[in-house]
Each structure stands twice: as structure tokens, then as C-alpha cells.
Design a protein around this ligand. Structure first.
Ligand SMILES: [Zn+2]
Length: 121
């Protein structure tokens, strides 16, 4: 709860206790929801999306509207970002391969060749 609503643990605990007391009250007194509760319900319930809205923000990359999403990027930008990171990792590994070859200790290349192919260079 504290993570979703970006509250401190203490504030989240107070809100959750309030909710529990409210729920108990509603259960005991026959589901009579007050006008205030109805207003809150209408404010947070999205009829079009058929769900409660706890977050509405824009993607930091493309600006698309995101509902009930804690991430900074939308789904499309996350996929693009992951693709880019994968390409970066491949480029890094290829670079490291060249780096390793350039800086292998003296005699290592011939020793490796001997080990792999059973004959000297
Ligand atoms: Zn985006």
C-alpha cells in the first residue's frame, strides 16, 4: 500500500487501519454508504476502464497516459528500452572480446591454440 500510493509505511498503516474500521462499520450497518463515501467512490472509480484508479501519469519517454502503473515508462517504451539495453550488452560483450584479445598475456594465444587444436601455432 505504501508503495502504490507513495506513502510512508506509517501513513499507509494509518490509512489501512481507517479502511478496516470503515469496512467493519459498513458490514455492521447494512452497507449504508454515506454521501461522502459515494463521492470518493465516484472520484476513484473509472466507468470506462471498469476499475478503480490509483494512479494516472504520463510516460517519461513518449508522454502516453498510463493508468495504475508505477513504472516511469509505458509498455512500448519499456520494450524499446529493453531492446536497446540488449543491443548495448551485445556491443559491450563484443567490445570486451576485442579488449581481451588485445590484452591477453604473452603466450596465452598460442597456449589457447594448443589446448583447442592440439598443435602449436
Ligand atoms: Zn512511452
Amino acid at each position: 500500500m505504501s508503495e502504490i500510493f507513495e506513502l510512508t509505511h506509517q501513513a499507509a498503516e494509518i490509512a489501512f487501519n481507517d479502511y478496516q474500521r470503515w469496512y467493519q462499520y459498513i458490514s455492521l450497518y447494512g452497507n449504508k454508504i454515506s454521501a461522502t463515501d459515494k463521492t470518493i467512490y465516484n472520484h476513484f472509480y473509472n466507468i470506462i476502464r471498469n476499475e478503480f484508479m490509483w494512479s494516472k501519469r504520463r510516460c517519461s519517454e513518449c508522454g502516453a497516459l498510463m493508468y495504475n502503473n508505477k513504472e516511469a515508462l509505458c509498455e512500448g517504451c519499456t520494450q524499446e528500452d529493453n531492446h536497446f539495453k540488449a543491443l548495448e550488452a551485445i556491443a559491450y560483450m563484443q567490445n570486451m572480446k576485442h579488449y581481451e584479445n588485445d590484452y591477453e598475456p604473452e603466450g596465452f594465444v598460442s597456449a589457447k591454440y594448443l589446448w583447442l587444436y592440439g598443435e602449436d601455432l
